[in-house]
Design a binder for this molecule. Sequence first.
Ligand code: PHE
Length: 462
Amino acid sequence: MSQVFHEIEKKIITSLKETSKQTPENLEKSTNLSPDQIRRGIEWLKLKDLAIVAESKTSLLSLGKNGIEAFEKGLPERRLLDALKDGPKKLAELQKQLGPIFGPAMGLARKNEWVEASSEQISLGKIPSELPGEKILKNIGTNKISKDQINENELSGLLKRPDFIVEEIVKTKEISLTTSAKSIELSESSGAIDVEAKVPEVFVARTHPLKDTIDEIREIFVTLGFSEIIGNMTQSSFWNFDALFTPQDHPARELQDTFYLDKISAKKIGNPEQIKKVSESHKKNWRYQWDINEARKMVLRTHTTCVTIKHLAENKPDEARVFSLGRVFRNEKVSYKHLVEFNQIEGVVVGKNATLRDLMGIQREFYKRIGITKIKFWPTFFPYTEPSLQTMVYNDRLGKWVELFGMGIFRPEVTKPLGITKPVLAWGGGIERIAMLKYGLDDVREFYNNNLDWLRSATKCQ
Ligand code: PHE
């Protein structure tokens, strides 16, 4: 594996190969890098698992006020002994010469028999070449020194003296290379920046591709002058089926196709006029005994067309451009092209001169905006529209036509009972279908798999 390293990393690795454990301060000296460069270099190497940072606490010793004085002028006892070098002296004379240090110095010197005292005078006794503590004073000097470099026994004497030694606890870091870093062979380099070097991939939070598609569709409708209408996910059968002239024995209403809310019936499904007219339309045109209890049964909406028809029945607009968008439910076997719940988009145009031609024109425009240009229309059947069409769009990747939106002009059997007098163009279909085309997926379940690899790789802009 050939890795590319930054100059800073190279210098740190090289230095650590020579001396295996170093503090950041040592590294600064050995590499000639700034503290900031060292800090960054260590972070990079840590991320790549090439460096280990061990943190530890050490005790640092430096000299206090009296310690410094002793360092500069000698220990009090040393000064006392020095004063006796040229011969014995009287106590009073020594006292005068040494001042306040005389007492402590004299005590120590007598205890250790470095001096001999008679009533007359004080003279030198047996003195070692180096007094206890002198070596430490010299070692520390004006520096700070780690406690474990110093002999504890010798230190204890100095620690007892006031203001001789100052002890401070500091946290230190020690950097070392990991095993894999030790085997790195650093190549000579020109110091140029490798703009193609691999960087760690970051995965920032992002919206789900399906959500992006929904937002895009909403945006297109709004740009085309449509406003959004919103409806409930649970609906009475009346609005999901009856108002849409779907007979009560229609196969779509069966349990195998539709989810019913268990034992829940709507008390109020519409106003008496609406119920009366809708039921009459069923009785007259489909010729069967319409049952209001069937219409009361609550369902998870099977399409968004219930939102459309309810909106039209409530507002009876002479002119309108609205759309709705949301989740619908069908009791189907889940497969690569079917889900039990999915999203639909539904559009409606009301206008006295609205025609099938307009309907197809709007489809073309919508598909163009979403990026689909190869489309055709195919006749089909819905209980509530006449004529009814289906858009087929060409899937280049699969080389075949796939059906997308259903559409048509609402039948008078639907509009009249609800007091809607102007022609209504309506269309709708699955959003997942569109998203599959957009993202080149062959299995609709992929949108709900939470497959992070795919979610991360799905293109944001197309
Ligand atoms: N509701 C139909 C479906 O779910 C689509 C459609 C909407 C058809 C409006 C005609 C009019 O497939």
